[in-house]
Design a protein around this ligand. Structure first.
Ligand code: PLP
Length: 364
C-alpha cells in the first residue's frame, strides 16, 4: 500500500462531470479575462466567508502583497509576521518595500504568540500578519488587544484556513482584510494558481481591484502603478463547482483528525496537535505532529509506504532569502526540526488511515 500525503485527484474524481461542464462553459463563453464567472465566484466566496467584498487575484502571495500596497504600506514601514510561517507571508512584506518583523509562535498552537507582540511594536509598525497556520485560526482578538488602540491593521493570511471559524465568524471575516490562496492542495483549491482578497472595507476592495488590473479602472487610464494579477475565469469556474463541497470535505478531514488523535494518543515522544474547541474550529489543512526524532519517524513511515511532508523544513529567517539578516528565532527553528505532516486527504479510506496509525505506533 502506498498512501499519498494528499491527492487532490480523489476529490476531483467525485465531481468530474461538473468540473468538465464548467470548463466547457468557459471555453464557449468568450470571456477569458474577468467576466461573469469571476464576478459570480467573488460574490459566492464573499458570502461563504461572511465578508462584504471579495476581489479575485492571481495567487495568494499577490493577495497579501496587494493588501499591503492598497493600505499604502511600504518603505520605512514595519509589518509583524510569524517567525513560523510559509515564506510567502514574509515575501509579501518585502515586495511591498516594508520590513518583516518576526514574532515567535506559541508552541501549542504553532500560531503567532500574541504575548510577544507588544515587544515587537515600534512607531513604524503598520500591520500584523495573522497566519492561520495548518488551518487553525490565529488568535485575532488577542492580536488586536496586543496592538492596543493604534491604527495597526490585522491582515489574515488565510491561505490554509478556508472555512475555519473563530467565535461565530469564518476566516476571511476576522481581520481588517484577508488573503486567500487557492493553490490546488489548499482546502479550496483551483486547478492552477488563484487567490483572493476579502475585506469589509469598500475603499480597500476598490483599491485592490484597481491595483490587480494595471492600476486601471477605465481601459487605458492608469491611475497608479498597478500589476497584472487577475483571477482567471477558468479557475473561478472550477472553484464555483468546488465551493459547495468544501465544508463537507473539511468535515471528512475533521473525522480523520479525530481518529488520529484518538488512536495515536500516548505514543512515546509524539506530540499531537490540539483539536478545535467550542470557540474555534480547525480545518486541518495539515495534520502536524512533533517528534524529537522527526527524520527517523519520517523514514520509518516512508519505508511503510506512507507519504509525509515537513511544513516547513527551513523557517524564513534561515532561508537564502533572509539568512543575510542573521536573525535568531529558536522556537521557529526547533519546530522546523520536529514537525511532520501526516496524510490528511479527505478521501483517505478507513484502511489507509489505519495503516498510517499502525505505522506511527510501530516506530521505535
Ligand atoms: C499557500 C500559501 C501562501 C501562498 O499562496 P500561493 O497561492 O502559492 O501564492 C501564502 N501563505 C500561506 C500560509 C500559504 O500556505
Amino acid at each position: 500500500m502506498t498512501i499519498p500525503i494528499y491527492e487532490v485527484g480523489r476529490a476531483h474524481a467525485t465531481i468530474a462531470a461538473e468540473l468538465e461542464a464548467a470548463a466547457l462553459r468557459v471555453v464557449r463563453s468568450g470571456h477569458y479575462i474577468g467576466g461573469p464567472e469571476v464576478d459570480a465566484f467573488e460574490r459566492e466566496f464573499a458570502a461563504w466567508c461572511g465578508a462584504s467584498h471579495c476581489v479575485g487575484v492571481a495567487n495568494g502571495l499577490d493577495a497579501l502583497h496587494l493588501i499591503l500596497r492598497a493600505y499604502g504600506i511600504g518603505a520605512g514601514d514595519e509589518v509583524i509576521v510569524p517567525s513560523n510561517t510559509y515564506v510567502a507571508t514574509w515575501l509579501a512584506v518585502s515586495h511591498a518595500g516594508a520590513t518583516p518583523v518576526p514574532v515567535e509562535p506559541d508552541e501549542g498552537s504553532h500560531n503567532i504568540d500574541p504575548g510577544r507582540i507588544a515587544a515587537a511594536l515600534t512607531s513604524r509598525t503598520r500591520a500584523v500578519m495573522a497566519v492561520h497556520l495548518y488551518g487553525r485560526p490565529a488568535p485575532v482578538d488577542a492580536i488586536r488587544l496586543a496592538v492596543g488602540g493604534r491604527d495597526i491593521k490585522v491582515i489574515e493570511d488565510a491561505a490554509q484556513a478556508h472555512g475555519a471559524t473563530l467565535g461565530n465568524r469564518r476566516a476571511g471575516a476576522l481581520g481588517d482584510a484577508a488573503a486567500f490562496s487557492f493553490y490546488p492542495s489548499k482546502n479550496l483549491g483551483a486547478l492552477g494558481d488563484a487567490g483572493a482578497v476579502l475585506t469589509g472595507d469598500a475603499e480597500l476592495a476598490d483599491r485592490v481591484r484597481v491595483l490587480r488590473n494595471y492600476g486601471s479602472r477605465k481601459r487605458y487610464e492608469n491611475e497608479v502603478i498597478g500589476y497584472n494579477s487577475r483571477l482567471d475565469p477558468l479557475q473561478a469556474a472550477m472553484m464555483r463547482v468546488k465551493l459547495p463541497h468544501v465544508l463537507g470535505w473539511n468535515q471528512q478531514r475533521e473525522a480523520l483528525a479525530a481518529r488520529y488523535l484518538r488512536e495515536m494518543a500516548g505514543v512515546p515522544g509524539l506530540v499531537l496537535p490540539e483539536p478545535g474547541g467550542a470557540h474555534w474550529s480547525h480545518v486541518w489543512h495539515q495534520f502536524v505532529v512533533r517528534h524529537p526524532k522527526r527524520d527517523a519517524l519520517q523514514s520509518h513511515l516512508e519505508a511503510a509506504g506512507i507519504g509525509t511532508l515537513v511544513h516547513y523544513p527551513i523557517p524564513p529567517h534561515l532561508s537564502g532569502a533572509y539568512a543575510s539578516l542573521g536573525l535568531d528565532f529558536p522556537i521557529a527553528a526547533r519546530l522546523a526540526r520536529e514537525v511532520l505532516s501526516l496524510p490528511i486527504d479527505p478521501f483517505l479510506s478507513e484502511d489507509e488511515a489505519g495503516a498510517v496509525i499502525a505505522a506511527v505506533k510501530s516506530f521505535r
